[in-house]
Design a protein around this ligand. Structure first.
Ligand code: NCD
Length: 314
């Protein structure tokens, strides 16, 4: 597999997705053992550039890099200090001159990470760009589903809530579609993007109907920071109609799993008891798989980089 960057799920072939998941599966098992560190990325410099607030994703990338023996540096970026593409590129060029091997980038603007990848000569990993893509989240969700359900095809999967503002929804829709699952998008019309029909998912505005007999219920955070108007009447009303509680979940299959990428708004999109119910919720496992998937992605990118450099020198 000759991936130079990981910018999104869209360009990936299903076989490449499976290769990343298979390697991540091995890392997940190793992460549970006492021999979880390696020197796979020894001598590599990894720079994390998060232009948006992040807790779990940034920590996950940092732990993943350190477990593989990379030198990891976190740049403290304030979204407010970088608003123009040009400034972003200048920052990238400055860092590029320090010869990093890997940049992990999160940015509030869709497409910003792709643009940056064109300007630098190291590998770039998209940790979420605007409403566009969040590839490692979709991969970790896929790994969690595969480990829980024993397969990643022909499942009925409901992605629920704020679809419009969610890069998680977009990357998942693409990945799960490539793997031939039946996908439903469930949420109010105001939070469904125009033209969503072209992705081949069924759209529901009623939770009870949308969750009927599904294998996987994927909840999304209400992304208020991306909303510039009244998308919902009130949080109370939203919870009443679209918040996942026991009554709504009872329409899914009895063994359906509940997912959420975090951070969660308890009592807004999900009931706290459902989120904490380990017989249904795989939310903690998603976090665990996140480290494994990021280790796998970085391992593959760095191996390809080494190979390309050797070929260029030969
Ligand atoms: C998601 C993100 O940042 O897109 N969170 C995450 O990566 N853990 C989802 C969200 O912010 O709601």
């Amino acid at each position: 597999m000759q991936l130079q960057h990981l910018l999104g799920i869209e360009p990936l072939h299903p076989q490449q997705i499976i290769e990343i998941l298979d390697l991540a599966d091995q890392y997940a098992n190793r992460n549970r053992s006492s021999s979880r560190t390696s020197d796979m990325l020894a001598g590599c410099t990894q720079i994390n550039m998060f232009f948006e607030n992040s807790t779990r994703t940034q920590a996950s990338f940092e732990i993943a890099g350190k477990r593989l023996g990379a030198d990891v540096m976190n740049m403290a970026m304030q979204a407010s200090s970088i608003k123009k593409g040009e400034t972003l590129i200048d920052t990238a060029l400055t860092l590029n001159a320090m010869h990093p091997d890997l940049l992990v980038v999160r940015h509030p603007h869709s497409g910003a990470v792709d643009l940056l990848a064109q300007k630098v000569n190291c590998a770039v990993l998209n940790a979420g760009d605007g409403r566009h893509e969040h590839p490692t989240q979709a991969l970790l969700d896929a790994l969690t589903i595969r480990r829980s359900k024993g397969r990643l095809h022909r499942l009925n999967i409901a992605i629920c809530g704020d679809i419009t503002h969610s890069r998680v929804a977009r990357s998942n829709l693409i990945l799960l579609g490539k793997m031939e699952n039946r996908i439903r998008l469930v949420g109010p019309a105001t939070l469904m993007p125009a033209g969503i029909g072209e992705f081949g998912a069924e759209v529901f505005h009623n939770m009870e109907e949308g969750l009927k007999d599904v294998d996987v219920v994927m909840m999304l955070r209400l992304q208020r920071e991306r909303m510039d108007g009244g998308f919902i009447p009130s949080e109370r009303e939203y919870y009443h109609r679209y918040g996942l509680d026991a009554a709504k979940l009872s329409h899914a299959k009895p063994d359906a799993i509940v997912m959420h990428p975090g951070p969660m708004n308890r009592g807004v999109e999900i009931d706290g008891d459902i989120a904490d119910d380990l017989s249904r919720s795989v939310i903690q496992e998603q976090v665990e798989m996140g480290v494994a998937v990021r280790m796998a992605a970085m391992d593959i990118l760095m191996r390809n980089r080494r190979q390309n450099r050797q070929e260029a020198q030969a």
